[in-house]
Design a binder for this molecule. Structure first.
Ligand SMILES: [Zn+2]
Length: 344
C-alpha cells in the first residue's frame, strides 16, 4: 500500500450544476447526492472528479423532481474511460496529424508529462479519438452544407490490396467536406446504390439541396449506379484520372528511357572517374572534371510524378545542360580538349 503524502495526493474537483434556480418555481436548487465520481487523467496529471446532482427543494413545486447536473463535468471525460477528452484529443492529434507512432507518444506522455499510461492504452485512445471525430462529423457536414445552393460530389473507390474491401469516399467538391466513407466488400451496382447513393440522396433531401453533378473515375459500376439512383444528374469523368490514364503510355516510355540512361551512365561513370583520377595530381583540369562526374551522378536519381512530371526528360535535360557546359569550357580553353573528350 502506498502512503499518501501531500505530494502524491490527487486533487479533487467538484462540479455543481450551471443552473442555479428551478425552472418551474425559481427556488434555489439544492445539492442532493453524488451523481458520479471517478479518477480522470488530464495532460497535467490525474484528478478526482465529483459531479453533484441538484434538485428543487420546494415541497410545493409543481415541476417534476428532476435531477440537475453539471454539463461541464459531462464534457471533460468519456463514459467508462479514465482519460480526459482533452488528453484523448491531444493524443489523437499527435498520431493522426503529426504522424507520431504509439511508442513516440508513449515516450512523450510518460517521460515529458509524467503520466501513467501503457502502450496498449494509447492504442485504445486512438480508437476513442476516431469515435469522437466521427461523432463530430454530422455537425461539420451540417455546417458546411448549410451555405450551398446545390450538390456536386466526387466518388472514389480505393482498394489498398487486391481482394480486400474497397474504401469508397464521397466528397462535396465545393466545400471539400467528406460526406461518406464506406468500406464495401463488393462494388456491384446494387451495393453502390444501396450503400452510397441512397444515403446521399436522403442527405440532399434533408438539406433541400438539388443535385448538380457527380464526378468519378467512370468505373462502370459507379456509372450504372449513378444512372440508376440519380436519374438525369450529369456524371463527369474525373479530369485527373483521365489525364493520368491518357498519359500512361508517355509516362511508361519516359520511365523506360530513364532506366536506360541511368544504366548506361552507372556503368560508365566509375571507369570515367578512374581515368580522371589517373591524370597527374597537379593537372588543373582534374578537379573540374571530377566535379562534372559528381554532377552527373547527382542528376541520375531524379524521379517523376504521373502524368506530367517526367523524370526521364528531366534527367535527359540535366545531362544535356552538363554537356553544353563542358563544350563551352572547351571552347574557352578552360578544359583541355583531351580532358573534355574523356567526358563526352
Ligand atoms: Zn421547483
Amino acid at each position: 500500500m502506498t502512503h499518501l503524502t501531500k505530494a502524491n495526493k490527487i486533487l479533487s474537483v467538484y462540479y455543481r450544476t450551471e443552473q442555479r434556480l428551478c425552472p418551474i418555481c425559481h427556488t434555489l436548487l439544492k445539492r442532493d447526492h453524488i451523481l458520479w465520481h471517478k479518477q480522470v487523467t488530464f495532460s497535467t496529471g490525474a484528478k478526482k472528479l465529483v459531479s453533484w446532482a441538484y434538485r428543487c427543494p420546494g415541497d410545493t413545486c409543481p415541476g417534476p423532481k428532476d435531477v440537475f447536473k453539471s454539463l461541464k463535468a459531462e464534457s471533460v471525460h468519456l463514459k467508462y474511460r479514465r482519460f480526459s477528452r482533452e488528453l484523448v484529443v491531444r493524443i489523437g492529434y499527435q498520431h493522426f496529424w503529426q504522424h507520431q507512432t504509439m511508442y513516440e507518444i508513449h515516450d512523450w506522455l510518460t517521460n515529458d508529462l509524467h503520466l501513467s499510461i501503457s502502450e496498449r492504452e494509447i492504442a485504445y485512445v486512438f480508437v476513442d479519438f476516431l469515435a469522437l471525430l466521427s461523432a463530430a462529423q454530422p455537425a461539420r457536414i451540417r455546417n458546411k452544407l448549410g451555405g450551398l445552393q446545390w450538390l456536386i460530389v466526387s466518388v472514389d473507390g480505393m482498394q489498398p490490396e487486391k481482394g480486400n474491401d474497397c474504401l469508397y469516399i464521397v466528397r462535396e467538391i465545393q466545400c471539400g467536406v467528406t460526406l461518406l466513407a464506406v468500406n464495401l466488400e463488393e462494388s456491384s451496382q446494387n451495393v453502390l446504390c444501396e450503400q452510397l447513393f441512397e444515403p446521399l440522396k436522403s442527405l440532399a433531401q434533408d438539406f433541400g439541396l438539388p443535385w448538380r453533378g457527380v464526378v468519378s473515375d467512370a468505373q462502370e459500376t459507379i456509372r450504372l449506379a449513378v444512372a440508376q439512383s440519380l436519374k438525369g444528374v450529369p456524371h463527369q469523368a474525373c479530369q485527373s484520372h483521365c489525364l493520368r490514364d491518357a498519359g500512361k503510355l508517355t509516362f511508361e516510355a519516359d520511365r523506360a528511357m530513364k532506366k536506360e540512361l541511368k544504366a548506361s551512365f552507372r556503368q560508365a561513370l566509375p571507369r570515367l572517374r578512374k581515368r580522371i583520377q589517373a591524370l597527374p595530381a597537379d593537372d588543373p583540369f582534374r578537379p573540374v572534371l571530377l566535379d562534372y562526374t559528381g554532377a552527373i551522378h547527382s542528376v541520375l536519381p531524379e524521379g517523376g510524378v504521373a502524368p506530367f512530371e517526367l523524370g526521364g526528360i528531366r534527367v535527359f535535360d540535366a545531362l544535356e545542360d552538363l554537356a553544353a557546359s563542358v563544350i563551352r569550357c572547351q571552347k574557352k580553353g578552360i578544359t583541355s580538349c583531351c580532358a573534355g573528350s574523356l567526358l563526352w
